[in-house]
Structure formats: C-alpha cells, structure tokens
Design a protein around this ligand. Structure first.
Ligand code: AMP
Length: 308
C-alpha cells in the first residue's frame, strides 16, 4: 500500500488547516516512494517535518509528532531499527517491533506518512562512508557503546538526504544524540532545522522508552531510581551544593541502593559534554544504568524550570 503514484488513502489536496483528526497515515517502504512524497509536498509548497524513530511508539514519540505538527504542513515519521548503531551483543534482534501497531498509533496522532524502509532499502550496498562524530562520541554513552554514534549520525544523515525535511524533531531523552545531531547539521551545513523536545515521563518519573517493555514489575520500580537520582541532584544543587563529586556520589548511591548497575553518572557542559569541576545552572547531569539486563539512560539540566 501507499507506494509511488498511489493517492493517499484520504487524499491530501487542500487539506491544510482542515485536516481530520485521525486520517490513516500512508505507509511508504521505499526510498523512491518517500522521494515522491517529498517532491509532491514541494510542488504543493508544503513544509515537511521528519520524526526519526526506531518504532514501538510511546508518548515520548507522540510528543515529537505533536511538535512536528506545529511546525510543518506534512509530518513524516520514520521507523527503522538501525543495525549500524547496535554493537555486538546488544539488543538489535530483540528490539521490540510492531509495524501494524505503530501505524495505527501514528494515524491516531496525525502523522501523514510513515516511512518504514527495510535494511536492504536503507543499506542497499555495504556502507563504506560514515559520519565520524569525533570526540563528542568519546564521552558518556559513547564510552560503553563504541561505534554507536557513528551509526546514528550516518543513518540520520541518510534519512535527511532521502526525505529532505525542513525540520527534524528529536527527543531530549537521548541527550548526547541530540547534541551530536545539532552539531552535525551545523558543522556540515545541512539545510534542516533541528528541534529538541523535552523528555516525557510516567507519573512516577520514569523516562518513556521502547526498552521499558523489557522490564518486569520489580525492575520497573528500580528503574525510577534514575529519575530520583537526577531529582536529588537538582534539589541538592538548588540548596547550594555545587561540588560535582558530592552531587555525583549522592546520585550513584541512590541508584545502587535500588540495585541499578551504574554505567556512568556525570555532570557535563551542555554543548561540549566535558566533565565539569563545579556545577552550573546550565550543566547537564546524565546517567546510564542497567536494571536487570536492560540499559536505561536519563538526564536533566541542574538549574532552571525543568519539572523533576
Ligand atoms: P527511539 O525510537 O528510541 O530511537 O527514539 C526516537 C526519538 O524519540 C528520539 O529522538 C528520542 O530521543 C525520542 N524519545 C524517546 N523517548 C523519549 C521520551 N521519553 N521523551 C521524549 N522523546 C523521546
């Protein structure tokens, strides 16, 4: 369904402004197909927003879709579990996938087009040219996941080249990724505006993630310790503690008490991701920990209005 030349299920002409709330999203599985969608939008002088995801959609993704909807006429959601950003022994095979479910959810949220290429379509020849993320990938998650950000930036670059969006929306939950994507776009002068939307959490603070599906009940409770550690750091900072060592040991203790296996906890410069000696309002506290076998990440700015 939805391949080149076929009309969208509900027709799109003249829909700007009076778009029905739950029109079915059109599924496009090929590069040629999405290029046609893009070209048709250009002819209609519609702006295009891209929301790149690996699917198994949740409210975090929906918030990016809402942001995209605000800033563009046509919203394209990509779903691709990108093999080149997974290391050996990571959860590439196990990663949750359910395209039918995602299509129904995306339709309900006002996505116009779901671009869901398969691996052959995204990597028709073995990739030999890569985006090198440089030293920003030698910190935080990059230390435990060598090659991860090279895979991420390369696939994001390929998606941008394929879809040619005016705007692309990413989540703050993957903080290092958002910094790297912004830098790539800036330094390589890519003609796309990058927006970063806040982290969506459950009522008890857990950052939504497709990987939360791996957690059993006890692990899910322990997983909230990442959020509680960030909140404790923010509160201690607000109460006058600016010594990074003290803030970090408090956060680490809180997570370890819950049985989380801490991979890193760091307080870093928000642009360079370098460790800071003294905490500042705009510094970011970033954590990664394993709960059961599941690797989770979270982050928060130390000062400011973020609601933690
Ligand atoms: P993923 O499907 O996990 O690769 O995520 C796709 C996009 O959704 C990325 O830009 C993520 O940062 C963003 N995202 C994932 N979880 C959340 C969340 N809880 N809140 C906001 N954005 C999120």
């Amino acid at each position: 369904m939805g391949e080149p030349g076929e009309p969208a299920p509900h027709g799109r002409e003249g829909r700007r402004g009076d778009r029905p709330a739950a029109a079915a999203a059109r599924l496009v599985r090929t590069v040629a197909g999405i290029r046609e969608v893009r070209e048709a939008a250009r002819e209609r002088r519609e702006t295009v927003a891209l929301v790149p995801t690996m699917g198994y959609l949740h409210e975090g993704h929906f918030s990016l879709i809402d942001r995209a909807r605000e800033g563009a006429d046509l919203v394209i959601l990509s779903i691709f579990v990108n093999p080149t950003q997974f290391g050996p022994g990571e959860d590439y095979e196990r990663y949750p996938r359910d395209l039918d479910r995602d299509l129904a959810l995306a339709s309900g949220r006002g996505v116009d087009v779901v671009f869901a290429p398969d691996e052959e379509e995204m990597y028709p020849v073995p990739q030999t040219i890569w985006v090198d993320p440089g030293e920003l990938a030698d910190r935080l998650c990059g230390l435990g996941r060598p090659g991860h950000f090279r895979g991420v930036l390369t696939v994001v670059m390929k998606l941008f080249q394929t879809v040619e969006p005016d705007v692309a929306v990413f989540g703050r939950k993957d903080f290092q990724q958002s910094v790297l994507v912004r830098r790539m776009v800036e330094e390589l002068r890519m003609p796309v505006r990058v927006e970063v939307a806040p982290t969506v959490r459950t009522d008890d603070g857990l950052a939504l993630s497709s990987r939360n599906a791996y957690l059993d009940e006890a692990e899910r409770a322990a997983a909230t310790s990442l959020f509680r550690a960030l909140r404790a750091v923010r509160r201690a900072f607000a109460a006058g503690e600016a010594e990074v060592g003290a803030l970090l040991s408090r956060a680490r203790r809180l997570m370890e008490e819950e049985g989380a296996e801490v991979e890193y906890v760091a307080i870093v410069d928000p642009d360079e991701l370098t460790d800071l000696g003294r905490a500042t309002e705009d510094a970011v506290c970033a954590v990664a920990a394993r709960v059961g076998g599941t690797r989770l990440i979270d982050n928060a700015t130390l000062g400011g209005p973020e609601e933690l």
